[in-house]
Design a protein around this ligand. Structure first.
Ligand code: ACO
Length: 428
């Protein structure tokens, strides 16, 4: 077996090399501390693998993304969101029978307990929808306790997974209705996943929702593009929290909170705010690029750069093309897409961005498409969470399927004071 050799204080240690199915390699350092007393230090986990996984493959240099081996481009064009959810969680595309059962579970678990509606009344209208979403997902653990399970293979898990995927959509739509002061709309059993969400968002007693297959497809595509992205900040949070054996709802709630941050899923809201700011204040693209490069400025080009992609994010490529096609078809224009394209063009020619391999990421164009669909800006990250949920569940299940389950617990190098005595308050 291939191995790496570490020499420390005159002793050598052979560390095995682990190889993945796409020839990615890692040094297995699990024997390191016992053999040498050393730990590894890797702030921000830039080079640290936390697990092996068979769910999603990314080649960041080549701009490749595949779910269970299937290229994202094919899934975005041909699959439904519920098929992709099934693929991620169970490893294969569903057979017609499996799809039927999964869809039935989604439909039967789409309503939330009526008592939970009172929670919405407790939130101020100004509450950020991500705060509401994370709170409500955790609150599901109060109402659906029969779904707590330690059997991660069985029917209970299947119901719990479907319940979360279905109910997160209802919670998101209800929080929107609450924020605009309209009555909530119950899900309809004959609508598919994305259509049902749009129906619950936009149906009202005075303005009935008119289904549009292109818009419904656009939303499905957006959800599919967000469905998993291996060990990112929020998914790793789900794994870390879940490794304590807490229930799935609590683990997902933690993941949603991690996703909210502007360096992660919250970037989609920041991108649109940035583009709007440029438009409103008539800022020049040249000045924006200069500010993004200026280390003394707080301005970052949101929607640009990625820890893993050092090439064009394939999801951004799909979304940019999708926006262009659907805008043309609908004869729809959004000044923000022109600003985004100008910014992209200028950044991709600029040495600072070229040297650091900074390209548009998934968040750069997603907001422009959400705007066309009619989703308000402060709900963009909620949309990301709905899309990402199947991936989070799949990763949680994969971790629990592994035997033995290891609680996640990183180490540290302590840099504080060495031992010193307690001094009573009057003598300090
Ligand atoms: N604008 C300007 N400069 C940037 C940007 C950006 N968007 N992104 C990275 N850089 C620069 C950094 O200043 C740094 O420069 P330096 O080497 O001179 O110090 C270099 O590029 C590397 O950047 P890091 O922040 O160290 O890269 P890291 O891998 O830690 O962070 C991240 C990746 C957080 C995505 C970063 O690129 C970023 O902040 N982008 C903007 C926010 C964003 O779009 N987030 C969404 C990411 S996709 C997702 O999570 C769904």
């Amino acid at each position: 077996m291939e191995h790496a050799i570490l020499t420390y204080q005159g002793k050598t240690l052979e560390l095995p090399i682990v190889e993945g199915s796409e020839e990615e390699k890692a040094i297995d350092i699990s024997s390191l501390r016992q053999a040498t007393g050393l730990i590894t230090l890797d702030v921000g986990y830039q080079n640290t693998g936390s697990c092996t996984s068979s769910i999603t493959f990314i080649d960041g240099d080549k701009g490749i993304l595949r779910y269970r081996g299937i290229p994202i481009e094919e899934l975005a064009e041909k699959a439904s969101f519920s098929e992709v959810a099934y693929l991620l969680i169970y490893g294969n595309l569903p057979t017609p029978e499996e799809q039927q059962i999964f869809s039935k579970h989604l439909t039967q678990n789409s309503m939330i307990h009526e008592e939970m509606l009172r929670f919405f009344d407790g939130f101020p209208p100004t509450a950020h929808p991500m705060a509401i979403l994370s709170t409500m997902v955790n609150a599901l653990s109060v109402y659906y306790t029969d779904y707590y399970t330690e059997d991660f293979q069985g029917d209970t898990f299947d119901l719990m997974a479907a319940s979360l995927i279905s109910r997160i959509r209802t919670i998101a739509a209800y929080s929107y209705k609450h924020s605009i002061g309209e009555p909530h709309v119950y899900p309809k059993r004959d609508l598919k996943y994305a259509s049902n969400f749009l129906y619950m968002m936009f149906e009202s007693p005075v303005n009935p929702y008119v289904p549009d297959p292109d818009i419904e497809r656009a939303l499905s595509t957006l959800l599919i593009l967000h469905a998993d992205h291996e060990q990112n900040c929020s998914t790793s949070t789900v794994r870390l929290v879940g490794s304590s054996m807490v229930n799935l709802y609590a683990s997902i709630c933690a993941g949603i909170c991690a996703l909210w941050g502007p360096l992660h899923g919250g970037a989609n809201q920041k991108v649109i705010e940035m583009l709007e700011d440029i438009r409103r204040n008539n800022l020049s693209i040249k000045d924006c690029i200069a500010s993004a490069k200026d280390k003394n400025s707080k301005f970052r080009l949101f929607g640009f750069g990625h820890r893993v992609y050092k090439n064009y994010d394939p999801r951004a490529k799909i979304l940019k093309k999708y926006c262009e096609t659907i805008f043309k078809k609908y004869n729809y224009d959004d000044p923000l897409i022109h600003i985004a394209m100008e910014l992209e063009e200028a950044a991709l020619k600029d040495d600072f961005f070229v040297e650091r391999k900074l390209y548009p990421n998934v968040d750069f164009y997603s907001g422009i498409l959400y705007r066309m669909i009619g989703i308000p800006t402060n709900m963009f990250t909620v949309m990301f969470a709905i899309g990402r949920l199947p991936g989070m569940i799949a990763q949680w299940k994969e971790m629990h399927d592994a035997v033995p389950l290891k609680i996640g617990r990183p180490r540290q190098i302590y840099t504080g004071s060495t031992i010193r005595p307690y001094v009573p308050i009057g003598q300090r």
